[in-house]
Design a protein around this ligand. Sequence first.
Ligand code: ATP
Ligand code: MG
Length: 495
Amino acid sequence: MSIRAAHHRAPTAQMTTAHPFGGPGHSYRGGMPMGIYVPSNEDWYFDAFQEKAEGIVPSLNGLVLGGKGVGKSTGFKEIAARLATIGAGHGLMRIAINDHKSEGEKSEYAKLGEFLGCDVYDIATRSVNIFEPRLELGELNTLEMAIMLCEHVAKAPLIGSPFDALKIAVSRMMATEPTLWSIQTLMKFGLSLTPDDIDAYYTGLHDRMRGQIAERITRYAESGADRAQVEGLEMSLAAIYDRSDNVSHQEIVQSGEHIASLLGTLMEGKYGRMLGGGDSLYDMLNQMAIIKDWRGVSKEAVSLMRAIDHRLEINAIERGLHNLYPNLELDDEDHQSMEDLAYARAKALKSKISRSVRKLSLSGSHRFSDYRKGGIGSELWSYGQSILDDMGFFLIGTQPNKKEYLDELQDRLNISDLDRRLLPDLPPRIFGLKLGETEPLTYVRFIPTPIELGLIQTESANEDMVNRPGLDRSKYERVARETGFALKAGGSSHV
Ligand SMILES: Nc1ncnc2c1ncn2[C@@H]1O[C@H](COP(=O)(O)OP(=O)(O)OP(=O)(O)O)[C@@H](O)[C@H]1O
Ligand SMILES: [Mg+2]
């Protein structure tokens, strides 16, 4: 009797003969088929919403790691297309995709966008009013948004009398008709602060924020923040709320001019005039599915606009504005802004408080350290660390073979020595999947259907599919003759 090798259905099978690893599937087998477990070839099902409901993943924040070309973006597209098909999370699934990748003429998500029925928003050509009344920014969030704008321009924390001047200018703006709210209005008020405005601030806006601050802290603590994080948040909110009594009226009036000039900078070239115009952010955020194409936007403007995005989402979550945040957000290569303090702070807060809503956030990057900028223990570093701590699951492609790096990986993911040895040697397109803390690491591979190959939008995926061992090109041609459907370079299409 001779032992015959199993029929190889796909390159995965061949690769895995060279990599005799793998493991059990997961304890929970619900959700949408996404691909296969490697090397067992069993079906792999995934639906983070269900897995969260079952207590398998602690949060709906997921990180897809891996070097260039391992298949991160393809995984994103698969998850978006398949989960959207079953309306995971909600009956209807609202999707936002951020495309930061600077290569190529067209967004690499354009085809997926067509499939999902959404438009590509070319951010570089828009100019928006972030205080637009339909965004329903609350008092605290309006003030924080204004602080963030000024700190972004000043590249330093706002303290002393300029801080007071800004609070008072915001209070004056909020006392006017909401349709007039804008950065320009804020500038105008900054230039004309009076002692009456200062009194009006303490009897108005200042008091109205008290309840919002308490709610924020409660939500944050309930989202799993540890004691030190809660204290950090309390301190930053106290800085906003505390009354400074040693600053003279005269000083505040002068500082108002300084604030106005900081805000004025935002209207200038460096930011591509992205702020202050008549395009509506509400209309963009309110879409069922959108692709935000960030290509062609300067690095500085991306950090600022994305930080604004995070702040708007924090507001939407805090105020229950469910039509203003997505149920699935894809952030391919978003780590580039992590050097920006305002961005990192907003993202860290958002990733914590979004744990209380039904929203799946997938971020993609090369390695952990992309999220931690600044010196160890610095404020910037701690936000990156907090974002990583909030991740509920990981898809890990090939990793750098460096001891310190692998030490952290092993510690953070609680994986075996064998897995630690395998991760630097993973073949492309195979990911180690780690759901929560107790599930074992398993190895998976996304399997696109012929229709989805078009969504993946790259030639090599099609080539791979067409050239799969056991499925030769002539079969596709015969199917095309018989059914009228052909597999073309861009996917399956009618002939
Ligand atoms: N599961 C898969 N099946 C078939 N082809 C795949 C699969 N995953 C990825 N590919 C192909 O591999 C190539 C690289 O994939 P992808 O662009 O997703 O990688 P990436 O990790 O996002 O890379 P980058 O770091 O350059 O953004 C693409 O041509 C893609 O079509
Ligand atoms: Mg990619």
